[in-house]
Design a protein around this ligand. Structure first.
Ligand code: PBG
Ligand code: ZN
Length: 328
């Protein structure tokens, strides 16, 4: 049988240049955000078990690390707090003296608009029980938690934070935060909403890093059930209405269908969080000699982009930029 010349898709795969010319997805460093963990104290720089290459650092040390990372192109970052100052009401979360707030002030003073600083807004690193909201009579008190989260977002905005990123999954928090930012004169502060944040086993290394694992129970009454897709669209509708500037899907790799559904539904920029467990899986494979790290990272980041996310939070950002993985 003769093969018809109009039926030869392999023509577009023959050489590297043809493949490059016809590539449908082009990964760019522009959309990458590097996460950092900031802890109490001074002079602290600790390795984190389970997250090779990522550290827990006090503000003074973090500034140096970020400055170094900026020399090879890291320009957008996300800060997470790690502290021993925990109590039932998460008081330290709303303080302008907590490590994340101090880091925001210092980074913005030092680097101005050469850096885009976003910060996590959640209570789990600051509550003694480790839940993302406060607990009253044995249950998460949604509306009281939203008040504290709002105060936390405001404190960060006062410290110069460019973008607050609520990851708590309480109802109504995007609207409440938007309203108070606006009324306090922070109309330029972005909100990157963790819109579809699923209850996931892929957060393991992060909880260890942030010392934020719940001491009892789980997060299933506020984080989403991974059997659900339509519910994510409901969250999307609400967060966009409430004033989110960027909407996020988290985790990324097991949720590419959700990213794609967002892409087909909203014109709001979409972020995806390539979470700690996804990062650790790649590192473990590479360390065991079972895969090439660069190839694994590029495949994962490209898949997330292909699904529809233009912004990716990834622990791989630093390595990708440092080793020039995005320059072919
Ligand atoms: C907490 C929070 C979590 C992550 C970011 N913020 C996890 C959790 O629900 O415990 C996970 C990030 C990661 O795994 O890299 N609100
Ligand atoms: Zn939390």
């Amino acid at each position: 049988m003769m093969i018809d010349g109009t039926r030869r898709p392999r023509r577009l795969r023959r050489t590297s240049l043809v493949r490059e010319l016809c590539a449908e997805t082009r990964l760019s460093a522009d959309g990458l955000i590097q996460p950092y963990f900031v802890c109490d104290g001074t002079g602290v720089s600790e390795k984190i078990d389970g997250l090779p290459g990522i550290k827990r650092e006090s503000v003074d040390r973090l500034i140096n690390t970020v400055a170094e990372d900026m020399t090879f192109g890291v320009s957008k970052i996300m800060l997470f707090g790690v502290t021993d100052q925990k109590n039932p009401e998460a008081s330290f979360a709303v303080s302008e003296a907590n490590p994340v707030a101090l880091a925001c002030s210092e980074l913005k003073q030092k680097f101005g608009d050469d850096i885009f600083v976003s910060a996590d807004v959640c209570l789990c690193a600051y509550t003694d029980h480790g839940h993302c909201g406060v607990i009253h009579e044995g249950a998460i008190d949604n509306d009281c938690s939203v008040k504290i989260l709002t105060a936390m977002a405001l404190a960060l905005a006062r410290c110069g934070c460019d973008c607050v990123a609520p990851s708590d999954m309480m109802d109504g928090r995007i609207g409440a935060i938007r309203e108070s930012l606006e009324s306090e004169g922070f109309s330029d502060t972005l909100i990157m909403a963790y819109t579809a944040k699923y209850s996931s086993a892929y957060y393991g290394p992060f909880r260890h890093a942030a010392r934020s694992a719940p001491t009892s129970g789980d997060r299933k009454s506020y984080q989403m059930d991974f059997r659900n897709r339509r519910e994510a669209l409901r969250e999307l509708e609400l967060d966009v209405q409430e004033g989110a500037d960027i909407v996020m899907v988290k985790p990324a790799l097991a949720y590419l269908d959700i990213i794609s559904a967002f892409d087909q539904t909203t014109v709001t920029p979409i972020a995806a969080y390539n979470v700690s467990g996804e990062y650790a899986a790649v590192k473990l494979m590479a360390e065991a000699g079972l895969g090439d790290e660069k190839a694994l990272v590029l495949e994962n980041l490209t898949a997330i982009t292909r699904a529809g996310a233009s912004i990716i939070l990834s622990y791989h950002t630093r390595d990708a930029l440092k080793h020039g993985w995005l320059n072919n």
